[in-house]
Write a protein that binds this ligand. Structure first.
Ligand SMILES: NC(=O)c1ccc[n+]([C@@H]2O[C@H](COP(=O)([O-])OP(=O)(O)OC[C@H]3O[C@@H](n4cnc5c(N)ncnc54)[C@H](O)[C@@H]3O)[C@@H](O)[C@H]2O)c1
Length: 443
């Protein structure tokens, strides 16, 4: 598979959702890949062929490339420095207390890597960062690397989506290279020779614009979701139907249908923290309009979570205290076991704070949820979650939930109340089975 494309010795620093997927896919492209993570449990699990998180299609490719000898894992930065000609930075950039991006992991990774860079190489940032970060990291890297300015920094933001991460990495919509020299751009063209050969558009630009492409893209996507959810609020207030509205809007090719699904809004490890970090950057740059605009996008998004809790409370007679709530779906989106900033978890918190007894089901995310919310009750099946429930809440649109038989489920609940926060259930069918149904944005 590797020929006639260049075969490069590259390293991946940080083997989380982004880094492990990237490492596996780079090996699949034919490169020799060494990945490092500070979490020894993660390294051990990945090295044994088991991804430490759920991502469709990742495990077979991980095993295949481990067996082929193209992919290895280590805990040694000195091995990483010796091995790689291209080093990808894939560590987390989580939200700080003030909303800005916390760059401590990026700084720690650069500080650990730099002393081992003693020949010409390229360090490529893939993490999502505030504009200006790469320029500051360049100075940090050159000061600490024995090879000095022989080490070049580039930024190659990542656009993969959890749930379709392998496909998105192997066949990206576009590649963005933020570089300071044609040498760096050529190295990146070598790394991505196969997707480029397959016609993937490649945009080469300065470091700052490349950093900004990622946060601007996520801000636009978040805005689109909050826009349709604001329309859902109007629909709820006026008796209109947001699903029909969205379908009609989507026919306008200037608008398009993607990211126009109303519901409980966005969550996960990217969009919420990225728009908050962008707000902080905009404030620092004196661009108040972006700060206030994205503040509204965030507020609309969070308000949908409260709306779901309010609907559940209303359906069970005005108080949730002592009521049983069955929550279907805890992952922030289907196809993932990620519960970072999960809208469903936030609803669970609100229900619990109001005194409800919450029992949760999810096909893959319950282990992760139990780590951060050990006090919730977890059920192995939908039926077990719903047994004796006063209200059922559909909060993550796993395909299996669409296939639930409302007649059978109606036999096990205490009261046939369902809140569909993902507009995924057939309301008429559920009503015909005796359920009281509330769907966000729909009559
Ligand atoms: N998850 C996504 O869908 C996605 C998509 C595009 C971009 N991103 C961006 O990619 C970055 C990583 O996100 P993620 O979801 O993979 O996070 P993650 O928390 O799953 O992974 C980060 C990994 O980095 C490791 N790490 C931390 N410090 C380290 C160090 N000094 N050396 C080596 N390893 C270290 C952690 O142990 C962890 O395994 C973030 O900036 C995120 O915004 C994520």
């Amino acid at each position: 598979m590797s020929l006639p494309f260049p075969r490069i010795r590259l390293t991946v620093i940080g083997a989380g959702y982004l880094g492990l997927t990237h490492a596996v896919c780079m090996a699949e492209l034919g490169h020799d890949v060494l990945a490092i993570d500070v979490d020894p449990a993660k390294v051990a699990k990945a090295a044994s062929g088991e991804p430490p998180f759920f991502e469709p299609g990742l495990e077979p490719l991980l095993r295949k490339n481990l067996e082929a000898g193209r992919l290895r894992f280590t805990s040694s930065y000195s091995e990483v420095g010796d091995f790689g000609d291209v080093h990808f930075l894939c560590v987390g950039t989580p939200e700080s207390a003030d909303g800005s991006a916390d760059l401590q992991y990026l700084h720690a990774a650069v500080d650990a890597l730099a002393p081992h860079l003693s020949r010409r190489c390229i360090v490529v940032g893939k993490s999502t960062v505030p504009v200006g970060t790469a320029r500051r990291l360049t100075a940090r890297l050159m000061e600490r690397a024995p090879a000095g300015d022989e080490v070049e920094l580039a930024w190659n933001p990542e656009f993969l989506r959890e749930g379709t991460a392998v496909h998105d990495t192997m066949s990206p919509d576009r590649l963005v290279f933020g570089v300071t020299s044609s040498w760096s751009a050529d190295r990146l063209r070598d790394v991505y020779a196969m997707p480029l050969c397959n016609g993937t558009p490649c945009l080469v630009m300065d470091l700052e614009t490349a950093e900004l492409v990622k946060v601007a893209a996520n801000s636009f996507l978040a805005t689109k979701i909050s826009f349709i959810n604001a329309m859902a609020e109007v629909c709820e207030a006026s008796g209109a139907d947001v699903i029909r509205l969205a379908a009609a809007l989507a026919h306008d090719e200037r608008i398009g249908g993607r990211f126009l699904s109303p519901g409980l809004g966005f969550g996960g490890g990217c969009l919420p923290k990225d728009i908050r970090a962008f707000r902080a950057t905009a404030r620092a740059l004196g661009v108040g309009s972006v700060d206030s605009f994205l503040s509204e996008v965030d507020t609309i998004n969070l308000s949908r979570r409260t709306r779901v809790t309010d609907l559940a409370r209303e359906m069970v007679g005005g108080t949730l205290a002592g009521r049983h709530a069955a929550v279907l779906g805890i992952a922030f989106k289907p196809g993932s076991d990620d519960v970072r900033d999960s809208p469903s978890l936030a609803v669970c918190d609100q229900l619990t704070a109001d005194g409800a007894i919450v029992r949760v089901h999810d096909p893959v995310a319950m282990d992760n949820a139990a780590l951060v919310r050990p006090d919730l009750r977890y059920a192995d099946t939908v039926t077990e979650a719903a047994a004796g429930a006063d209200v059922v809440l559909h909060l993550t649109e796993w395909p299996d939930y669409r296939a639930i038989d409302p007649v059978a489920l109606g036999q096990v609940v205490a009261r046939r109340n369902v809140v569909d926060a993902r507009c995924g259930l057939d309301g008429e069918y559920w009503r015909s089975a005796g359920w009281v149904v509330r769907i966000l944005g729909r009559p």
